[in-house]
Design a protein around this ligand. Structure first.
Ligand SMILES: [Cu+2]
Length: 179
């Protein structure tokens, strides 16, 4: 029978959905978006960044997104050796590993005006990670950002729906496995 296949399929589906639910899209700067009027320090301190999450930068054509390699470049607003540059106006950056990442605007003067943000990504295992030291490789987080324009749905409604789906799927998997 295809019963076992059904179960496997259900489990696979559940796994995919779980990942989707646990990953969060962070709209950088909140409602103002990637704009000089946003207070990025207070925005980022109100967020928890996990591996697998995504940053979404929304901005007008006056701006851009430049990823910097380290703290010193970030402090000095030195954009001469960026890891990555984005300019679509709606960029999605995936946080694919723990560590700190630095972003600023490439438009002259905007970094000095405070248009920059530092993102510290935790391990994402529930425990509130107090990443004590900026240990190890500040070297090369190989710039991995999908500049492809992305799903525009950040809504918590879709996340709610996804969790619902997960529960339903898991229930089915359990029921099927009983027979
Ligand atoms: Cu700017």
């Amino acid at each position: 029978m295809g019963c076992k296949k059904m179960i496997l399929l259900a489990l696979l589906l559940a796994t995919l959905i779980t990942k989707e639910v646990l990953a969060t899209q962070h709209n950088v700067g909140g409602s103002q978006g990637w704009d000089p009027s946003s207070d990025f320090d207070s925005w980022s301190s109100g967020q928890t960044f996990k591996v697998g999450d995504q940053l979404v930068f929304k901005y007008t054509s006056m701006h851009s997104v430049v990823e910097l390699s380290d703290e010193s470049a970030y402090k000095k607003c030195d954009i001469s050796t960026p890891l990555n540059s984005l300019s679509t106006g709606k960029d999605v950056v995936k946080l694919d590993k723990p560590g700190t990442r630095y972003f600023t605007c490439g438009t002259l003067g905007h970094c000095d005006q405070g248009m920059k943000v530092k993102i510290t990504v935790g391990n994402g295992n529930g425990s509130s990670s107090t990443a004590s030291s900026p240990s190890s490789s500040s070297s090369s987080p190989s710039s991995s950002s999908s500049s492809t324009s992305p799903p525009s749905t950040t809504s918590s409604a879709s996340q709610y729906f996804a969790s619902l789906m997960l529960i339903v799927t898991l229930s089915f998997a359990t029921i099927f496995s009983l027979f």
